[in-house]
Design a protein around this ligand. Structure first.
Ligand code: ARG
Length: 290
């Protein structure tokens, strides 16, 4: 655990972290050149050097928490490639490639798929649009799956079959929260936090039923990308401005850690968007992921 993090305040129950393996892409070529979500304003200046510095801090944070971080080389023509979460979905070592909704990001899918193939993974080429872990969040034995703006509803069946875990479909209705990972974060196998107003009435009812004790985010939490968070079961990395979520997390035994990704926020992304989890096959099935 990094020295600067004082986790003695964490409440009960005591949470246990599990070591993760992540894939990240440095924002060397970061820019906002087009607009495919309401946060993106190509008229606003960006600072790639600052984006890289903020990203480096996020990467160091993961390393300090004991996680492993792999890095993919960014392509010059793909300013959103920093959002590695959209690059694929990896469960039990099985790689479901992404297929982007917008032409501006289309070439990221083969770039990420190539990274996996070069490391000996078989990659499933999807039939339907899906934006990786932007819309597919693994929660224990189930996968929470977003739709409404990016990932095609029909992709859910494809993901369920290929990844071998039941998919729960959730419909997003607020264009500011266009990916599931901007509106909901998985904290551990059976705990989540989410922003109810981002979901259809039916999906809200479903979430209430599945997770009656979930942490509910306020408008202010959601608007600073507080739900775009990465949890290892104990430490939860999220936007430092999401103060209400910090209190809720402390109260439930988690240890929130703040990040400042103000540059990447200009493209509509935060910590989780920059982070793709590489889930190895479980040991009972044999080999390691790489
Ligand atoms: N500008 C990117 C887009 O609109 C941001 C992607 C954020 N990624 C995420 N996992 N939510 O596609």
């Amino acid at each position: 655990m990094p020295e600067q993090i004082d986790d003695t305040r964490a409440g009960r129950p005591a949470r246990v972290s599990r070591r993760r393996r992540f894939l990240m892409c440095p924002p060397t070529h970061f820019d906002v050149r087009y607009s495919i979500n309401p946060w993106m304003d190509p008229g606003k200046p960006t600072d790639a050097a600052l984006a890289v510095a903020q990203w480096e801090r996020l990467r160091s944070l993961y390393l300090g928490l004991g996680h492993q971080v792999e890095v993919i080389t960014p392509s010059p023509g793909l300013p959103d490639m920093v959002f590695a979460a959209n690059g694929a979905t990896v469960v039990d070592g099985r790689v479901l490639a992404a297929r982007f909704r917008h032409a501006e990001r289309a070439a990221e899918a083969p770039a990420y798929a190539a990274w996996f193939r070069e490391r000996g993974h078989e990659v499933h080429e999807p039939v339907f649009v899906n934006e990786g872990e932007g819309d597919y969040l693994v929660a224990g034995e189930r996968i929470l799956a977003g739709t409404g703006f990016r990932t095609d509803r029909r992709s859910h069946t494809e993901a369920e079959r290929f990844l071998g875990r039941p998919v729960v479909a959730l419909t997003l209705v607020d264009p500011r929260f266009y990916h599931l990972d901007t509106a909901l974060a998985v904290l551990d196998d059976d705990q989540i936090m989410y922003y109810p107003a981002a979901f259809s009435a039916e999906s809200r009812a479903l979430l209430r039923e599945l997770y009656p004790d979930a942490i509910l985010a306020t408008d202010a939490d959601a608007e600073v990308f507080g739900l775009n968070a990465v949890s290892d079961g104990r430490y939860v990395v999220l936007a430092e401005q999401a103060t209400h979520l910090f209190d809720e997390l402390w109260a439930r035994g988690f240890v929130p850690i703040g990040t400042d990704l103000s540059e990447l926020n200009k493209s509509g992304g935060g910590a989780k968007c920059c982070t793709l989890e590489l889930r190895a096959p479980s040991t009972r099935k044999g080999a390691e992921n790489d």
